[in-house]
Design a protein around this ligand. Structure first.
Ligand code: GAP
Length: 483
């Protein structure tokens, strides 16, 4: 049975949806979702969650999930108007994709849901929209000019170019044919696109949205009257001159990111509850010792010290729930900690949310601890004081970014597509069953009787609905079926 509970944390009220279940004769309570800070909002959200669970249960009894390959998905997306290769009539351009009439709707819905979950439904988050091209010093300060590169190598056997990490020189094998790489071809390859501004100035297309959050951090803190801990969210384009774009949308040269920088007073505790989720957990230690990942509750991994910081556990569970709430299959997810040799130049610890793609387990979202690396660097390079006044402790603080949940829109798009292919046992065909909130078309109106009065009624319904939703109108159901 599910019920709403209120918790008081630091004099503030938070509402959660809990469920009691009998396990081996004992009643166990599980937290299903965070519902917000008001009783009214919590009741509405709880009803939504429970209704969608009921519907899912009914549908899942009749349907079986289907596995398809990335090539099949690419072909499906083209055939149905989700995604086309950019400039395809000229032969296409590797790493660039266009979204068709259904793809753009799914992508917009995905971004809208992300914004609602992370910004509107939280009181500790506001958003910004930074520019794609900014002052080149931003990229010098962030470390991208000097350190944002991959190693370019060519396979000895199939001669295809690939990207590898610095620590993989000599050990990595070619993804296409399993061959070894020619070490003589190994060279550092810078990943930022350089661009010209006006007559003679130069800058870069941003390789991540994050830096615009750091450069605007103090303005936002003061103008939006935020208090630590708080976050700034942003959705926008990012560009990387990838050596070997591949796997459809998975690795492209132009993509979108949905990022959060979450700022805290150094060493402060996380006041939020870690949601009660089980997931496959793969720590750096397990990878180094060749131990298989194990299924565990994220909160238990925190207690056992596998996840070191409460904030990290909290954000990992929060991000996993974003996918679960929108109908993704939890069994296809795991969290994996970066090994020391993998960590980006700015991060002291990082866990990825990974998805079991047909081409293996791959990162869909990185959740890094960036500490005060970026704000310190921008203080140093801009010579501006980026410390803020904390009214609780009455001191000036340079906050730490304890977590940076950074999710690629296109990778999330792939996850929801893959998890939506089902075999309908009743009708004996394959269907695409996206969550209603993501679905490109919200309703289709088909007047089934060929009479003016019915058609007028159907048109009225269509006109009313289209004011707020993307709906389609089919003239006659039978005629449509004939086509
Ligand atoms: N600000 C941190 C950052 O950019 P990242 O791990 O390099 O971290 C974050 O990127 C996310 O952006 C990835 O988890 C992935 O979803 C997406 N992403 C990165 N490179 C991509 C690419 N070439 N194509 C598509 N998505 C990409």
């Amino acid at each position: 049975m599910a019920f709403i509970v209120k918790k008081k944390i630091r004099e503030k009220e938070y509402f959660y949806l809990n469920e009691n279940k009998r396990v081996s004769g004992k009643v166990k309570t599980k937290t299903l979702a965070y519902l917000g800070k008001t009783r009214g909002g919590a009741e509405k959200r709880a009803e939504e969650i429970l209704n969608s669970k009921k519907l899912d249960k009914k549908i899942n009894e009749e349907m079986e999930q289907q596995k398809i390959s990335i090539e099949e998905l690419t072909a499906f997306c083209k055939r149905k108007g989700f995604v086309y290769q950019s400039g395809e009539i000229y032969g296409g351009l590797a790493g660039f994709w266009d979204f068709g009439h259904l793809g753009v709707e799914l992508k917009n819905n995905l971004k809208k849901e992300w914004w609602k979950y992370h910004v509107y439904q939280r009181e500790d988050m506001v958003g910004i929209d930074g520019s794609i091209i900014t002052h080149p010093q931003v990229w010098k300060a962030s470390g991208h000019v000097d350190s944002f590169s991959d190693i370019f190598v060519v396979c000895k056997k199939c001669k295809k170019p690939s990207k590898i990490d610095k620590n993989e020189i000599g050990t990595a094998k070619c993804d296409f044919c399993g061959g070894s790489f020619d070490e003589k071809t190994a060279k550092e390859f810078k990943l930022m696109f350089k661009i010209q501004i006006g007559e003679s100035a130069e800058s870069y297309l941003r390789p991540e949205t994050a830096q615009l959050i750091f450069t605007n951090f103090k303005f936002v803190y003061e103008n939006a009257r935020m208090k630590l801990p708080f976050g700034i969210a942003q959705i926008g384009k990012a560009f990387r001159n990838e050596i070997a774009p591949r796997d459809f949308l998975f690795r492209s040269r132009e993509f979108e990111q949905m990022e959060i920088e979450y700022f805290i007073k150094p060493d402060s505790k996380c006041p939020y509850e870690v949601l009660d989720d089980e997931i496959l957990i793969y720590s750096a230690e397990a990878q180094e010792k060749n131990i298989v990942p194990s299924i565990m509750k994220i909160k238990d991994a925190l207690v056992k010290g596998i996840i070191k910081k409460d904030w990290h556990a909290y954000w990992l569970a929060t991000e996993f729930n974003f996918f679960k709430n929108l109908g993704a299959n939890p069994k296809n997810f795991r969290i994996r900690q970066h090994k020391k040799t993998e960590l980006a130049h700015y991060s002291s610890d990082c866990w990825d949310l990974e998805y079991n793609f047909p081409f293996g387990w791959k990162e869909i979202e990185g959740i890094a601890d960036r500490e005060d690396y970026d704000l310190s660097q921008h203080e140093k390079f801009s010579k501006k004081d980026l410390k803020v006044f904390d009214s609780d402790s009455k001191e000036k603080i340079l906050p730490h970014v304890i977590c940076e949940p950074s999710l690629g829109v296109e990778r999330a798009f792939l996850v929801f597509m893959f998890d939506s292919f089902f075999f309908d046992n009743k009708r004996k065909n394959t269907i695409l069953k996206l969550h209603p909130k993501l679905s490109p078309v919200k309703a289709a109106i088909f007047p089934i009787v060929k009479k003016t009065e019915f058609e007028n009624m159907a048109k009225k319904i269509f006109e009313d609905l289209r004011k707020d939703l993307h709906v389609v109108y089919g003239k006659h159901w039978k005629e449509i079926r004939k086509k």
